[in-house]
Write a protein that binds this ligand. Structure first.
Ligand code: NAP
Ligand code: MG
Length: 502
């Protein structure tokens, strides 16, 4: 164990000169924001300008700031969205598709800045941030454009005409881990459906939402169709989720906040869609290609330093193969060089904020008391920039699925390896979780692997590394939430059905 810890500390130091240069290149106007976007114009918060610093996850420095909106700004934004609703919802879907294409163009035109900003706000290595944090939302905006034609806006059923109509004013509340991707999942679906939007990004990584607003402004959307109000969720969240003029709240974030939002929304019988946490399992069947399965599972678990709701954080393996799997997992984890997200050699960045780092380290330390640590751990050191929120990738093995480290969402670079004795037991382990968001099954016999995938109670399962599909619905079972995002189903989520009889 000790030797593994020592080896794990052999990581590359960050190249400070390159980092400073890239930060200098960031356009101050993109990172230092002092206006909210309400009713088609940029305006100061009504109750005076209070700025919240956006912290660079890489070194704790200040990257920029955003205004802290208040309850009266939420009021103004909801009223603007309400007023814009009728004409926006009555536009032909193809016209809304044209606007979405223009927004996509605007995001593409800002892709470099977006990637640089998100890489530092969130901490994901630049190359990955560019492909995933920016590339994915661009793809998904295109996906919504295509999906508009797939939605059955109107069809006949006996003597009824069934019409799909926009749900109304949507409150889109998003977290910090994939800030643009999560916002696009809501804004793209809602705008396509004919809804108007009030967006509330997370204070930890809000800058990409402002750049999306720039793109939306440039696309010429009618005033009030999209509004952006930043500010602390605990202050403005209830005003938004408890607002009688909000018709649907689409929230991505923690289960605790999701539950609170659903309760507040219940006062007005407001519809709610919740994308919450996860503790997903990757099951290796006895005939799996171990090398590929373990490598892919490790990379999946540690993507975005483990701050991915759908991450496969539990690797469920045949007991007889566990020791081989441990070696393969360590080999894969060692390739994930920890460092500054703007450094080309970095494969794993810091966590997004100090409180996230503290919470992850606390969970690792607690597990070290009772679990078998095979890689990393709270004492593992790496040469990383001072002041950043770095946590060494960590693997526990021989873990009992009932233990806290196998049950609780860590939201950090921690993988647990759980042995099983029969396929039934593997399925039971995967399903023995409060969450139900994603998962994976690996096995040479595709049919058998798919049959196992069907037994897993989660919204998505990838079999043998099946490719990401932007048209497929994404969402959870159990405490991972309800509702689906992306593709045609992700547009239908923002609609109501009307039956007209004649
Ligand atoms: P969070 O604390 O739940 O915050 C999410 C958003 O809700 C932020 O914009 C936050 O604002 C806002 N908020 C906080 N309190 C609120 C309230 N009372 N009413 C309304 N909004 C409120 O989650 P997080 O810490 O940002 O993100 C991590 C969690 O999100 C993890 O549990 C993760 O699994 C989950 N997640 C799930 C998915 C998914 O698709 N299922 C995706 C990503 C993350 P402020 O931050 O500004 O206070
Ligand atoms: Mg939070």
């Amino acid at each position: 164990m000790t030797s593994l810890l020592k080896e794990s500390s052999a990581v590359k130091p960050a190249k400070v000169s390159t980092i400073t240069k890239v930060i200098d290149m960031l356009d101050n106007r993109l990172t230092h924001r002092s206006s909210l976007y309400i009713n088609g114009r940029w305006c100061a918060p009504e109750n005076g300008l209070v700025l919240t610093d956006v912290i660079n996850a890489a070194d704790g420095s200040v990257l920029g700031h955003v205004p802290s909106g208040g309850v009266s700004d939420i009021e103004a934004a909801v009223q603007a969205a309400r007023a814009a609703f009728e004409s926006w919802s009555n536009l032909p879907p193809s016209v809304r598709a044209d606007y979405l294409m223009k927004i996509q163009d605007g995001v593409v035109g800002r892709a470099v800045a977006l990637a640089e900003i998100i890489a530092q706000e969130v901490g994901m290595p630049l190359k990955m941030a560019s492909a995933i944090q920016v590339g994915l939302p661009v793809t998904n905006l295109g996906g919504f454009v295509r999906a508009i034609d797939e939605v059955e806006w109107e069809y006949e059923l006996g003597n009824s005409s069934i019409c799909r109509e926009a749900a109304g004013v949507v409150a889109a509340i998003t977290p910090w881990n994939y800030p643009l991707h999560q916002l696009v999942g809501k804004v793209g679906g809602a705008l396509a459906a004919g809804c108007t939007v009030v967006a509330k990004p997370a204070d930890i990584a809000p800058l990409s939402a402002f750049i999306l607003a720039d793109a939306i402004e440039e696309a010429g959307l009618p005033a009030g169709v999209f509004n952006l109000v930043s500010g602390p969720g605990r202050v403005i969240g209830d005003a938004l989720s408890g607002h009688a003029d909000v018709d649907l709240i689409s929230f991505t974030g923690s289960t605790a906040v999701g539950s609170r939002i659903a309760k507040t929304a219940a006062n007005n019988i407001t519809r709610v869609a919740l994308e919450l946490g996860g503790k997903s399992a990757s099951i290796l069947l006895d005939d799996a290609d171990l090398e590929k399965a373990v490598k892919t599972s490790v990379n999946n678990c540690f993507l975005n330093s483990g701050q991915t709701c759908s991450a496969w954080t539990r690797l469920v393996v045949p007991r007889s193969r566990q020791e081989v799997v441990i070696e393969l997992a360590i080999t894969a984890a060692k390739k994930l060089t920890l460092g500054h997200p703007m450094d080309e050699g970095t494969r794993l960045g810091p966590l997004a904020c100090a409180s996230q780092m503290a919470s992850v380290l606390k969970m690792i330390k607690a597990a070290e008391g009772s679990e078998r640590l095979v890689y990393g751990g709270s004492a593992a050191v790496a040469e990383v920039p001072e002041g950043g929120f770095y946590v060494h990738p960590t693997i526990f093995a021989d873990v009992d699925n009932k233990s806290p480290i196998a049950q609780d969402e860590v939201f950090g670079p921690v993988l647990v390896i759980i042995p099983y004795d029969s396929v039934d037991e593997a399925v039971a382990i995967a399903n023995d979780s409060a969450y139900g968001l994603a998962g994976a099954v690996w096995g040479a016999d595709q049919e058998r692997a798919v049959a196992v995938a069907k037994r897993i109670r989660t919204g998505q399962v990838d079999v043998n590394g099946g490719r990401f599909n932007p048209a497929a619905p994404f969402g959870g079972y159990k405490k991972s939430g309800y509702g689906r995002e992306f593709g045609a189903l992700g547009i239908e989520e923002f609609t109501e059905l009307k039956a007209i009889q004649q």
